[in-house]
Design a protein around this ligand. Sequence first.
Ligand code: ADP
Ligand code: MG
Length: 401
Amino acid sequence: MIPPASPRVLTRTRCRGQTETSRSSYSLLLDNIKTQISTEPFEDVYKVVPDKELGRGKFAVVKRCVEKSTGTLYAAKFLRKRRKGQDCRSEVLHEVAVLELTDPSHRIITLHQVYETPTEMVLVLEYAAGGEIFDRCVAEGDEAFTQDEVKQIMRQILEGLAFLHRNRIVHLDLKPQNIMLTCVRPLGDIKIVDFGLSRRLCQNQELREIMGTPEYVAPEILNYEPISTATDMWSIGVLVYVMLTGTSPFLGDDKQETFLNISQINIDYTEDELQDLPDSAINFIQSLLIKEPKSRATAEECLRHPWLQDSDQKTPEDLLSQFCKQPHTKPASISSQSSSSSVEEGSVVEELIVVAAYTMKQCRSPMPDPESLSPDSKVVSKRFRFEEPFNSLKELLFDEV
Ligand code: ADP
Ligand code: MG
């Protein structure tokens, strides 16, 4: 019997070191940056506000700061250049390059300036004063999001994501901690942050890497199958479930159980948490939590989904019956589905391949039979806990940091 975990436990250990498997991804990092990197002392221009940090990971800390000449608040992300004995400057430059590329989208955080010291790089970012949507996701009662607020936020996230995907960028770490708000009350706009794991999809190029945050990771990552823009769409499915119910759909008692739940799409649409939701909201989730990436709705399709439409003239359910005729919106089967590793011949190879051969043995070892899971494991799987992203299977399995 699996002992119940305390609900909503937050774990904040960071796992982002370079490994044999991820090193080859350097070729997929953007390196063409326009921003002038300043080497003058950061403190000459900015004063760090001496209150609590805005956020912290294993290799980055984000602090509020004021530009002395203007009095404007910014969020300064201090990133270590050396991680696990390796020079990771190119990874930081990639994050800068992506932020430059995404500058036209107001759904994505704006980069103001970049500083460099011998040990660190500092990304001076637009300050999102409303904090992470995470805080509202775990809130109870009046503090929790209303369904209309979830819709409003989801539309904005999808607008940002549609922009990214049009530019062949995959975020690969979409979760409530990486979606910020400009203001809490009244509810402001969202800003997508943290492009540390993002990649630009290239033709004919493989990425031998695995990444993401356990609860949000898509089945193709666990199955060493190609990553595509659909990989982000899976995370959107998990995110919207979390925002609407306050529970995490695939969370298990440990990573292995979480991964088992994900790879078997072990989700029960008759759960109590979902009973008050309209059919259109359930259908929205179902159009994303599909094992086959090509069958998932795209960001553009999600924006047209009846659940996100104004329902002045027609009810979402009327619109839903029309939407369901579209091929991409077939509901996910809630039973286990066999994974498909086939890639259509001749299709544009805007995909990344996940290969982690040296850990295959451990990962391909027989998974527990879902039928043999005790009822408690289902209870545990509904509890709420956020884990930090991993970027290699080795880290994932052996908890390397
Ligand atoms: P990491 O790569 O360590 O996850 P993030 O870019 O996600 O770094 O930043 C860590 C945390 O700092 C975020 O989860 C968020 O809470 C906070 N943060 C990041 N950027 C901003 C910002 N522009 N404004 C306000 N807070 C931010
Ligand atoms: Mg983050």
